[in-house]
Design a protein around this ligand. Sequence first.
Ligand SMILES: *Cc1c(COP(=O)(O)O)cnc(C)c1O
Length: 386
Amino acid sequence: MTDNSNRKPSITTRVAQALRFIEAETGAVVPSIQPAATYARDENYDIRKPYFYRRDGNQATSHAEAIIAELEGAADSLLFASGMSACTAVIEHLPTGAHVVAPRVMYHGVLHQLQTYAANGRITLDYYTAGNLAELAEAVARQKPTLVWVETPNNPNWEVTDIEAASKIAHDVGAKLIADCTATPPNMTRALELGADISFHSATKYLNGHSDITAGVLSVREIGPYWDEIVLIRKLQGTVLHSFDAYMLIRGMRTLFLRVEKCCKNAMAVAKHFEGHKHVEVVHYPGLPNDPGHEVSKRQTNGQFGGMLSIVVAGTEQTAIDVARFCEVFYPATSLGGVESLIEHRKTVSGVGFPVHPRLLRLSIGIEDADDLIYDLEQAIARAVS
Ligand SMILES: *Cc1c(COP(=O)(O)O)cnc(C)c1O
């Protein structure tokens, strides 16, 4: 028999067991929720570490962070009350006058936040087209940025940016690179291993997977002074994830591998079905061999292609809105990464001025029966064009 004495269970096993959690006092295999806002000092009037006050965090949040750090291969992970509060902490920690290079098309909330800081004179901002490394290199050489922002695959076009190549471009000028890989959670993309300095996920999405909390997480390869600043911003702004939401996140993450596998399979079936469809002009999905991001995605997303895709329907903008309205299985709701499928007319949601095709429908594919999803879109399209 082979000697397995040093064998460590795989990441799939470790995440399913929430890092083999057994509560010391009780033997409970599920972590408890500690709602305290304050913690008593000890008999010497010293602070009992690690928590002092609610804004420092709590044990369920630390536990969820440990699971994500393991998924990411990170030195440390930090959970926030939303993805936006995590991204805002990164923008906030930049020195006044810092240059940032970001995609022209990306998650609208983060873009809005970057543009607001730029409009207020706190940072300067320059753009590149997501997935276009030549444009990125050119913007980086011109701006000598402090931070390069990558979102891959990006919202809502699912263009793929090569994280490894983008990291080299950033590091050549001494910039740090943050990778928003919300659409491909860390069981698919391990951004830190590909060279990113900070990996960001809206944990509202796949990590939690049940559309019942908001959360955001930053993970880093190395701990340094800039990380200490981000930790301090979370503490002083009180944007730490609360214990109950951290508990929900841990519960959600236990099935991450299962859920993501099914979402990816379903998304591939939907994408293949509607590619070349009479009433669908384009299917944006990196899993399709003809998609411009296919080759990089194959390397970068662990052989799966994610549960997110967009379709551009033929007809008018109203046709697209009607398809979203007429669905009976897909929910006409924003967000993504949950077990239930969502359809969204992105232009209605992104706001004025955001560059998005007026007939684009963003689909977050859940874990339902793929045939039900395909049938639902078919009937909605048929009604919308009739
Ligand atoms: C949802 C999302 C965010 C923002 O996260 P919230 O949890 O909604 O605050 C950032 N980036 C991407 C790609 C997202 O999908």
